[in-house]
Design a protein around this ligand. Sequence first.
Ligand code: SF4
Ligand code: MG
Length: 324
Amino acid sequence: MASEQVLKAADYATEVHNDWCPGCGDFGILRTIQMALAEMQLDPSNVAIVSGIGCSAKTIHYVKAYGIHTLHGRVLPFATGIKLANPNLEVICLGGDGDGLGIGAGHFVNSGRRDVNMLYMIFDNGVYGLTKGQASPTLRLGVKTKSLPAPNLNEAVNPLWLALASGATWVARGYSYDIKGLVSLIRQGIEHKGYAFLDVLQPCPTYNNLNTKDWYGGEDLKDDKGRAMPRVYNLASTGYNPVVQAPEDLDGKITQAVSRAMEWGDRIPLGVFYKNELVPTFEERLTTRIPNYMKRPPALQPIADSEGRPLADLTRLLDALAVN
Ligand code: SF4
Ligand code: MG
């Protein structure tokens, strides 16, 4: 792609047939990813989008960039390997709530601890959409969607709490129909120095008949003039400041984030809950051990000479393993 070419959102679209259900919130998220990439003018050949398994995971086929469709719950270890092999790539991880907080929960926690410089987005609809709408880890106790034979017997995980408790240094929530807000959050998540977690509320009209577009839009909550009162609101509009500016801010910023992440029901906050760039990233920690890591990361090191002979010298390794 010519370097002077200005890329538009449509330039990040592919021709691959899309098989999401009509009205799925995933369409809005796909559009916002393409818009954010265009806003940042990111070179598609420098972007790797990694997904797990689920409806959301198909997104990588619809965005013109490197796409890696991995295993159920394994998006984060794949993405960590890609980013650490070539830290110059922009790495975006995508997956569903079932994928990331069910089978992938261990990776979710350990990615927070590492603080690798990448963005992880969960498309959060409360169900396992791809497999006919079973209750996912974010569906609340006692809730019965149309896809369940009986109310959910499990308590829900709060993804924002779990991300905060695991050490994620940027924690935010978006909504698939808040296009402008979501583009801004995706951009901020990519630009954040460290591991950024973005929970995106996403109606699944096929299996979740409770958390619908109308429900988020507050069509059932009318003011005295009969107007809908949207449940979702922007944290920033209330003067909320998520940024840790000094180590002594930490307790207060975590506490306020936990408190606001608890809000649910008639009022659902969107935006950045927590941001802390004082924590060294995993790449910075690695550099203290391997000083030229960022200059010569594994993916940029030559592995063969001009004749195709491997350059790796295993002599020391073989010597160490030799049995005398
Ligand atoms: Fe979207 Fe739900 Fe259909 Fe999956 S099952 S494509 S999440 S509407
Ligand atoms: Mg889901």
